[in-house]
Design a protein around this ligand. Structure first.
Ligand code: HEM
Length: 637
C-alpha cells in the first residue's frame, strides 16, 4: 500500500493518521510515521515543509507518534530506501496486527477537537506548498532555459517574440552578419519568431557542418506560400532533403556533370561568339547582352533550343517564373509563419498564388512541349533534357512520373543559372574599369597564346592560367552569391560545445569566407595575382594552401546542396572571359576634364550580389575584331 494517489486530506493531520492506518477495505495496517518516511511522502504529495508537518503530528499525536514508531520498530517492518537521495526514505507499509489499532484510535478520538482546529493550518500550508511548487517549476524552467541559451552559439540580443527580426537588413545582409562575426565569432545565433537561425562565417565551420555532416544539414525549409499555394514544390531549390532530392540530384549530376558539359563546348563557344557580336553592335547595353547570352546558353544546353533575343517567349516565361518563385520564397508572407491563414479566404496572398498557379502551364509545360516538338538534332540529343529523356530513336518514351521530374529539373536551372552568369560578367566589367593593369596583363597572355587572327578555344585553357586566376578573383572579390539559401538542420547537433537546435536555419556567409584575411590577405583589393602567387609557390604545403584558397570551394555553396551547375558555370565563364578580353577594351567613361569617371564600387541585392547599374566603354581592341567574330559565327553554321 502506498499513500501516493490518496486524497489531499491525507496530509492534514487527522486523515493522515487514519488513512495511514487503514486499508481501503477497512482492514488495519500501519504506516510508518517514521520522520524520514513522513518527509518523503509529504514531499511527494504536496511538497510540504516537512519539519512543519512533523511538528504538527507530534503536537497533535504525541503519544501516537511515539507508539507507532515503537510498533514499527518493534516489529521490524520499517525499511528505508532512498529514491530521492540519501536524506529521505520511503517506508514500507505492511498489514499489521489489529491489536495495535485501538490505542491509535483512542488517541485519535481524544484529540479530535484539537485536530479540527488544526485543519485550516494544514490547508493553508497546502496552498502555500502548491504555490511554492509552482514557483519551483517556473524557476527550474527559467534556469533550464538560461542553461539551454548558454549552450547556444552567441549572437545579438533578441527582442521578445520577434527575436532578431528587426536586426537583419534586407539589402547586403552579409555585411551585417560579418560585423556580428567580429563581435561574436564565426558561429552566430539569431532567432526570428520561434525559428533559430545559425550564420556560419568561416570556412572551417561551414566545412565541418554543411559539408562533413551534410546528411543532416541539407534540408530546405517548407515554404507554405511557394510550395503549397503556388505549387512550386518541384523546383529543385525548394526540394526537401529526401529520396526524391537524391534521385533528382543524381539526374542533375548525370546531365550537368563534367563529362556531359564537355560535350557542350561547341555550343558554349557558338553562344559566346554571338555575345561578342552583340557587344560589338550594342556596347552600351552590355547587361542586356549578358542577359540574352545567359538565357540563350541555358536554353540551348537544357533544351537544344536557340534563342534569338531577350524577347523570346520562352525566355520571358522563364524570367517570369524566376521572378514569381523568388517572390514566393522571399516575399515574407505571413502565411509562411502562420500556415493556418491559408484557410481564410480573401487574403491578398491567395490572389498572388492563383496567378502563380495559372502561370504554371506557360512557364513549365510549354517549354517542355517545345522541347518535345523540336526536330531531332545533335543539339537536342546532347541537351540536358535530351540526355535524360530521349531514347535511341530520339523519342520520349519514359514513365510520366520520370518525365514530370525532368520537366521540373529543366525549369529549375534557368533561375540559378542565368542570373549568376549575368552578375559574374557584370562584376568582371566593373573590376576591369578599376584595374586596367589586369586587363592589359590578361590581353598580353591571350595575344601570346591565341594570337590575333583567331578567337580563344577551350583547348587554349591550360596555357591561359591568368584567365583562370582572373575568374577566381572575380568569384572571390565579387561573390555573386554571398549567402547560401537556408540549409535546414534536421536534428539537434553539437559543435564546439554549442547545442545547435533541430530545425535551425543554417546559412553560410560566403562573402565572409571569401574575404577572410587569413586566407586572402588584403581581401578588399582586387588582385588575380594572389592566385598566381599561390600557383607559383613551392614547398611542402603549397598545393594544400592553393587548394584551400580556391574560391570554387566556397562560391558555389556546400555539401549535398552544392551548386549542380558548377562545371557548366566554370566552362561558360572561362569562354566568355577569354573571348571578351581577347576582343575588347573595357574602360571607364571619360569626364569633361579628361579624367576617368570610375564607376562606383557599389553592390546591392538580397539573394545575389550584383553591381549597381554603371556605364563603361566597351570597344573593340583592333579593327579586325568584327570580321573575326562574324567569320567564327559563319563557320559554325
Ligand atoms: C557563377 C555562377 C554560379 C554561382 C556562383 C552559383 C552558386 C550557387 C550557390 C551558392 C548555390 C546554393 C548552394 C547551397 O545551398 O549550398 C547554388 C544552387 C544552385 N545552382 Fe548555382 N551557381 C552558379 C551557376 C549555376 C548554373 C550555371 C546553374 C545551372 C546550369 C546552377 C544551378 C543551380 C541549382 C539548380 C541550384 C539549387 C541546388 C539545390 O538547391 O539543391 N547554378 N548555386
Amino acid at each position: 500500500m502506498s499513500l501516493q494517489g490518496r486524497s489531499r486530506h491525507a496530509v492534514s493531520s487527522i486523515q493522515f493518521v487514519s488513512i495511514v492506518h487503514r486499508e481501503t477495505d477497512g482492514s488495519p495496517c500501519h504506516g510508518l510515521l517514521h520522520d524520514r518516511w513522513a518527509r518523503a511522502q509529504c514531499l511527494a504529495l504536496l511538497g510540504m515543509r516537512i519539519h512543519r508537518l512533523r511538528t504538527h503530528i507530534q503536537d497533535i499525536f504525541p503519544s501516537a507518534c511515539r507508539m507507532i514508531e515503537a510498533v514499527c520498530l518493534d516489529r521490524g517492518h520499517f525499511h528505508a530506501t532512498s529514491p530521492w537521495g540519501s536524506a529521505y526514505g520511503v517506508g514500507s507499509i505492511s498489514h499489521h496486527n489489529r491489536d495495535h489499532l485501538p490505542p491509535i484510535r483512542k488517541e485519535m478520538e481524544s484529540t479530535t477537537a484539537h485536530k479540527r482546529s488544526n485543519i485550516w493550518i494544514m490547508e493553508g500550508t497546502t496552498i502555500a506548498a502548491a504555490v511554492a511548487l509552482l514557483l519551483a517549476i517556473l524557476a527550474s524552467h527559467y534556469v533550464l532555459g538560461r542553461l539551454r541559451r548558454a549552450s547556444l552559439p552567441p549572437g545579438p540580443p533578441q527582442k521578445p517574440i520577434i527575436g532578431n527580426l528587426l536586426d537583419l537588413p534586407a539589402e547586403e545582409m552579409w555585411r551585417k552578419v560579418c560585423e556580428w562575426g567580429k563581435q561574436y565569432g564565426d558561429i552566430i545565433y539569431l532567432r526570428m519568431f520561434g525559428t533559430p537561425f545559425i550564420f556560419l562565417n568561416s570556412a572551417e565551420a561551414v566545412m565541418d557542418l554543411l559539408h562533413k555532416r551534410g546528411a543532416i544539414y541539407s534540408d530546405r525549409p517548407h515554404h507554405t506560400m511557394a510550395c503549397d499555394l503556388c505549387e512550386l514544390h518541384d523546383l529543385v531549390p525548394l526540394t526537401k532533403y529526401s529520396e526524391k532530392f537524391k534521385f533528382e540530384r543524381r539526374l542533375m549530376n548525370q546531365a550537368l556533370g563534367l563529362s556531359a558539359v564537355e560535350k557542350w563546348q561547341p555550343l558554349v563557344t557558338a553562344e559566346t561568339h554571338l555575345l561578342l557580336l552583340h557587344l560589338l553592335r550594342s556596347p552600351d547595353t552590355f547587361v542586356q547582352d549578358f542577359q540574352r547570352y545567359a538565357g540563350s546558353l541555358i536554353f540551348s544546353t537544357i533544351y537544344g533550343y536557340h534563342v534569338e533575343g531577350i524577347d523570346d517567349p520562352y525566355v520571358k516565361a522563364s524570367e517570369e517564373l524566376m521572378k514569381i518563385s523568388s517572390w514566393a520564397l522571399m516575399g515574407g508572407w505571413a502565411v509562411d509563419s502562420l500556415p493556418w491563414l491559408r484557410c481564410i479566404p480573401g487574403l491578398s496572398f491567395h490572389k498572388f498564388a492563383a496567378k502563380c498557379r495559372a502561370g504554371l502551364s506557360e512557364w513549365v509545360e510549354k517549354p517542355h512541349q517545345m522541347f518535345k516538338d523540336l526536330p531531332d538534332s545533335v543539339a537536342k540529343r546532347l541537351s540536358f533534357c535530351g540526355n535524360l529523356l530521349l531514347n535511341e530513336d530520339g523519342k520520349v518514351t519514359c514513365e510520366p512520373e520520370y518525365e514530370h521530374k525532368v520537366k521540373w529539373l529543366a525549369v529549375s536551372v534557368y533561375g540559378p543559372g542565368s542570373d549568376t552568369t549575368v552578375i559574374t560578367l557584370s562584376i568582371l566589367f566593373l573590376a576591369l574599369c578599376h584595374h586596367p593593369e589586369v586587363l592589359q596583363k590578361a590581353q598580353k597572355q591571350l595575344d601570346e597564346v591565341v594570337g590575333t587572327d583567331r578567337l580563344p578555344t577551350f583547348q587554349d585553357r591550360s596555357r591561359l592560367p591568368y584567365i583562370d586566376c582572373l575568374l577566381k578573383e572575380v568569384l572571390r572579390w565579387g561573390t555573386p552569391v554571398p549567402l547560401t539559401p537556408v540549409h535546414r538542420l534536421m536534428q539537434e547537433d553539437q559543435y564546439r560545445g554549442y547545442a545547435l537546435p533541430a530545425g535551425s536555419y543554417c546559412i553560410a556567409n560566403m562573402w565572409a569566407i571569401l574575404h577572410d584575411e587569413n586566407m586572402y590577405p588584403d581581401p578588399l583589393a582586387f588582385s588575380p595575382e594572389r592566385f598566381e602567387r599561390l600557383q607559383q609557390e613551392n614547398g611542402m604545403d603549397a598545393d594544400e594552401k592553393a587548394r584551400l584558397a580556391d574560391p570554387y570551394n566556397y562560391a558555389f555553396g556546400f555539401g549535398r546542396r552544392r551548386c549542380p551547375g558548377l562545371h557548366f558555370a566554370d566552362q561558360s565563364l572561362f569562354m566568355a572571359f577569354a573571348s571578351i578580353i581577347a576582343c575588347f577594351d573595357i574602360t571607364p567613361l571619360t569626364g569633361a576634364d579628361g579624367k576617368p569617371l570610375l564607376p562606383p564600387l557599389e553592390f546591392a541585392g538580397g539573394a545575389f550580389r550584383h553591381p549597381k547599374p554603371f556605364e563603361c566603354n566597351v570597344s573593340p581592341r583592333r579593327p579586325g575584331v568584327e570580321g573575326l567574330v562574324e567569320g567564327a559565327i559563319a563557320s559554325a553554321q
